[in-house]
Design a binder for this molecule. Structure first.
Ligand SMILES: [Zn+2]
Length: 183
């Protein structure tokens, strides 16, 4: 674009120079050779002024074109910066989304883990409940001094006020025998 502009300027200048040349030539011809030296130099001065002005204009145009090119370059640089920022922003956005969903997954997993633990605790306690139930089935009654164990504290062969509950195993290890009335 810059090269093209300069070429155009040069072409325009050349055309104007030619026109200026013709102008002087035609003026010289129209005055049919009776042009004085002062008149001729005046015309030459005018022509030179025009050429100079044209040159200045061409230079101005060239510098304006350069400025425009610089501005265009700056703009495309800014555009590139903007694009880079935008891309970075999008990448960060994606990263945030990923972290967010990871965090959500982690919380979800934690919740599930907790629920599992609770379920395990509940299962354990229900198992131990069953265990105590079954061991309860093996419990018997013994009196303070008697040598027998009884199925119930008030079987009649024992004072219920002094009766204590023990397990069947304990009763056997104490050497107690089953009460004939109860069993
Ligand atoms: Zn008994």
């Amino acid at each position: 674009m810059e090269k093209e502009g300069k070429g155009k300027n040069r072409k325009t200048r050349l055309i104007l120079e030619i026109i200026g040349g013709f102008l002087i030539l035609s003026l010289l011809l129209s005055s049919s050779g009776s042009v004085s030296e002062s008149e001729y130099s005046e015309l030459e001065n005018k022509y030179n002024n025009i050429v100079e002005e044209l040159d200045t204009t061409a230079k101005d145009l060239e510098s304006a074109s350069t400025k425009l090119d610089d501005a265009t370059a700056d703009l495309s640089e800014l555009q590139a910066d903007y694009d880079a920022c935008k891309e970075e922003n999008e990448a960060l956005q994606t990263e945030i989304e990923t972290l967010k969903s990871e965090e959500e997954a982690r919380i979800q997993a934690e919740k599930e883990d907790e629920a599992q633990k609770e379920a395990a605790v509940a299962a354990k306690s229900s198992t131990s409940q069953q265990n105590s139930d079954s061991s309860g089935g093996g419990s018997v009654w013994k009196s303070a001094t008697g040598s027998k164990y009884h199925d119930k504290p008030n079987c009649g062969n024992m004072n219920p006020d002094n009766a204590t509950q023990i397990t069947l195993e304990q009763a056997k290890s104490l050497g107690l025998e089953a009460c004939k009335k109860c069993y």
